[in-house]
Design a protein around this ligand. Structure first.
Ligand SMILES: C[S@@+](CC[C@H](N)C(=O)[O-])C[C@H]1O[C@@H](n2cnc3c(N)ncnc32)[C@H](O)[C@@H]1O
Length: 268
């Protein structure tokens, strides 16, 4: 393909972050001969894939736009499809860090939904780790596959499977289990069996009522310890030194995170 050799820059089929003159951000997947229309004119995808990262290109009206490497949050918030409720980067980043997962970790997840958490887990554990991702609803598979295709360099570590995790999690000795589903208290036994001793169970829940119910069920179960409940609140600011203030419209509520560690049952 033209313009693809010997250059550290965007490639056809891989996401690119384009910064417009007004600071607006656009995430684009260039294709040969393609164009993207903006208020500053058309951006040629062939032009995007002929420059280096950080360089500028001219639109059809002569406006200057800049070409940058997108972060995973840029790809998720600017390009990925929200087919279900998704977990936002502010929460997935904390979930993975607090669960202690990293390169080489083996983790399970349910339900994978639109695969927002799956994308983060995959790129955290790749290339040697593994993500066993389950969802009970076959209709979410197409969106999950599409979104995972946006992080193709991490895709190989993920196994997507249609399965009800209340019936069990087929793996053993996992470093962590992540649950984002309406009734996680019905998965305490399967999660405990699948985790290695002192492994992490991380549950994402949208309401405090569900958090209360989970904590009561965790006490009854006895296989988990060190419960912690966290919520993240992130405010983005308008990055203008003359008028520095929070952006007026932002996401206020996403959900609560419950962190637990598996213990040997019957201890203490
Ligand atoms: C809110 S969505 C998950 C979103 C996902 N975490 C993301 O970040 O894109 C909840 C998913 O849980 C799935 N689910 C519900 N009960 C389940 C179960 N028993 N086993 C597996 N998946 C389940 C639903 O089908 C749904 O797709």
């Amino acid at each position: 393909m033209p313009g693809q050799q010997g250059r550290d820059g965007p490639r056809y089929g891989e996401p690119v972050l384009v910064l417009l003159p007004n600071g607006q951000r656009k995430v684009i997947v260039p294709r040969p001969g393609g164009f993207t229309d903006t208020r500053y004119g058309r951006i040629s995808h062939d032009a995007l894939t002929s420059v280096a990262w950080g360089a500028g290109v001219k639109t059809s009206t002569g406006a200057h736009v800049e070409v940058h490497r997108p972060s995973l949050p840029d790809i998720q918030m600017g390009l990925a499809t929200h087919g279900t409720q998704v977990i936002y980067p502010k929460d997935t980043s904390l979930m993975t860090l607090m669960a202690g997962v990293g390169r080489g970790s083996r983790v399970a997840e349910a339900g994978f939904g639109s695969a927002f958490l799956t994308m983060v887990l995959a790129c955290t554990v790749a290339p040697q780790g593994r993500v066993y991702a389950y969802d009970v609803n076959p209709r979410v598979l197409a969106t999950a596959e599409k979104n995972l295709g946006l992080v193709s360099q991490c895709r190989d570590v993920v196994e997507l499977r249609i399965h009800d995790v209340r019936q069990g999690i087929p793996q053993e000795g996992l470093d962590a289990v992540f649950l984002d589903m309406p009734d996680p208290w019905n998965v305490l036994d399967p999660a405990h069996r699948a985790l290695k001793p002192s492994g992490s169970l991380v549950v994402f829940l949208p309401t405090v009522n569900q958090v209360s119910k989970l904590l009561r069920e965790v006490q009854r179960h006895g296989g988990f310890t060190d419960p912690r409940v966290l919520e993240t609140q992130v405010r983005e600011y308008q990055a203008n030194p003359e008028a520095l203030r929070p952006l007026p419209v932002q996401v206020v509520h996403t959900g609560y995170m419950v962190f637990l560690r598996s213990r040997l049952k019957g201890e203490g």
